[in-house]
Design a binder for this molecule. Sequence first.
Ligand code: SF4
Length: 350
Amino acid sequence: MMEQTDLKQTAEAIIAWYAQHKRDLPWRQGKDPYRIWIAEIMLQQTRIEAVIPYYKRFLNELPDVTSLAEVPEDRLLKLWEGLGYYSRVRNLKKAAQAIQEQYGGAMPQTAAELKKLPGIGDYTAGSIASIAFGQPEPAVDGNVMRVLMRLQASDRDIMEQKNRKETAAALKEVYPEGEDASLLTEGLMELGERICIPNGQPLCGSCPAVEYCMAHAQGKEQDYPVRSAKKERRVEEKTVLLLENEGCWALQKRPPEGLLAGLWGFPMEDGTLSETHIVQALRKAGLQPQKAESCGKAKHIFTHIEWRMQGWKVPCGKRIDNYVWVSPEEIEKVYSIPAAFRAFRKIVKE
Ligand code: SF4
C-alpha cells in the first residue's frame, strides 16, 4: 500500500480539482440526503446520462421519504421501468418505511445507521454520509477501486470484497470532514467516470493526481486494476407467448421468487416449444388458439444467466382468468414490463 501521507496528498489534490470541476448534475444540487440516496441507487449499473430522465421523473412524483414510503407498489415499479434490478427499488420503499417508523421520517446521518436500512451497503452509506452530512466516510465502488489501485500500482483483486473493505479502511484514515468530505467522495467518483476511465487509455494528462500515481510513473496504467475472471453465464432457452384476444394481450405476474420476481411479463415457458406443442397446450387451457406465428427472437443478459427467447404471436378466441388482458395503451401507461421483454413489447405496441 501507498504510505498514508501520499494518500492524504492525493486526496487533497482531488478535492482542490473537484472544487473547480464540479459537474452540474441534478443530484449534485444541494445536500438533500434523500435526493443523493435515490441517485446513488439508480446509478448502480446504469450510466449517468441514462439515469437523468428517470431521476427527474421519480423525484417529481416522489419528492421525499414520505411519498416513497406510501407509493403503491405497481406505480413504484412503473416509475422504475427501464432501470432494471427491481429489487433495488423495492428496497428503497422498505427503507423509506423504516425511516418513517424508526427515525421519524428523517434520514439517519451516520454510515453505521444508514447501513441498517434495506438495500444500503457500505458504498451507498458512505456516499450519503459524506456528501449530505460531511462525515469522514469513503464510498468505494468498482470505479473508485480502479482509481485507487492505479494510484498505488496495486495488484489486489478488485473483485474481492476483502480488498475493497481494506482499501476503504485505509482511505478512511485520511478522509476529511465537512465540505471536503463531500468534495472528495464526488471527486473520486468523477475521476473514475471521466478521467481514469475503465476501457482504453486513461486521460492522465487531465488527472489531478498524476504526480502521485504509481501506475502512471511506471507507464502501466492499463495493467491495473487486476480482477479475477467472471464466472461463465448459464444459457436458458425460453418460449414467450404473445396471446391476443380482441386487441388485448395477456400479461402474467411472475413468481415471487427468482429472476424479475413479482413483475409483469408475457407468459413464458421453459425450453423451445414447437408450434404444434404451443397450440395444443393453449387449446387444452381453453384459450381457443387459431394458430401460432413465430415473431422473432430476443436475448437478455442478467448477471449470471442469459435468456434466449423465441416469441410466438397467438390470436386466441377466448380469454382465461390466469392472465390479465390489457390494451397496448395500458401496457405503456400502467404496467411495468421489464427490459427483458422489450422486443416483444414493441411487437405488441405495433
Ligand atoms: S494518473 Fe492516470 S492512471 Fe493514474 S489515477 Fe490519474 S488517470 Fe488514473
